[in-house]
Design a protein around this ligand. Structure first.
Ligand code: MG
Length: 248
């Protein structure tokens, strides 16, 4: 069932989303060459808890950390640990905060020091595809309009869309209905109505769209070990158009 929020509920959810966005911004500013993903995760956790919120991902399905930190060929769900961030890496930070009954969820891929033109182009295309998707999150449209906009934008540029993982509704639960795929057909899927809150989150690969999950049950890698990027916002469908809730 898709849960539609009234204006009071949307307002309550804004705080969780703002804290999530601030945590993501803080993570981006904290990234330094030579630090480990474990160190970065501890900083993010401290930041969220300082705001009086709880990291949404900590313990979710048994996830052992506060943020998913996915480096280079890691698509999503990277477990923070001893991996050192090197100049030229890209690191995807996916983080959510739970505050006063609601979750926010957002992600971005950050450069570590100076990165290659190839990596920068992937980051730019993935970020832009998110905004192409958001522009379709208009009441009366369908989920497939969002999906198609993301897919068309990146495939025109020679990238591929991960199929096995998709965006989702967000609210009192981190993952709610509907699914929001990053590939699909315009005019298909659930209709968008004011009050729906969804996370749109393109996961875009330089090479094949195929992925592989490590034996740890979490870490998702590109099958060909080429680069992958991930950008995400939680948005609300409103009578005035899409509103990005995950703004710092
Ligand atoms: Mg998400």
């Amino acid at each position: 069932m898709i849960i539609v929020k009234n204006s009071r509920e949307l307002n309550d959810m804004r705080d969780a989303c703002r804290i999530s966005a601030q945590a993501l911004q803080f993570a981006g500013e904290s990234i330094k060459v030579g630090m480990t993903t474990g160190e970065l995760d501890r900083k993010i956790r401290h930041f969220i808890e300082k705001q009086g919120a709880t990291p949404s991902f900590l313990g979710y399905g048994g996830f052992p950390a506060s943020a998913c930190l996915s480096v280079n060929e890691t698509v999503i769900h990277g477990i923070p640990g001893d991996r050192v961030l090197h100049e030229g890496d890209i690191v995807s930070v996916d983080v959510g905060a739970f505050y006063r009954g609601y979750h926010g969820d957002n992600a971005a891929t950050f450069p570590v020091g100076k990165i290659s033109d190839e990596a920068q182009a992937l980051l730019d295309a993935t970020r832009e595809s998110l905004y192409e998707g958001i522009a379709q999150a208009v009441a009366g449209n369908r989920i497939g309009d969002i999906s198609h906009a993301v897919q068309a934008y990146v495939e025109e540029r020679g990238y591929s869309v991960v199929r096995q993982y998709v965006g989702h509704g967000v609210g009192t639960h981190l993952h709610e209905e509907p699914n929001v795929p990053n590939f699909g057909t315009p005019g298909r899927g659930p209709r968008l109505v004011p009050g729906m809150t969804i996370a749109i989150e393109p996961m875009i690969n330089c090479g094949t769209h195929e992925i592989e999950v490590l034996p740890d049950g979490w870490t998702v890698l590109t099958k060909d070990r080429k680069l992958s990027a991930h950008f995400e916002h939680t948005i609300a469908v409103t009578t005035e158009g899409p509103v990005i809730l995950t703004q710092p």
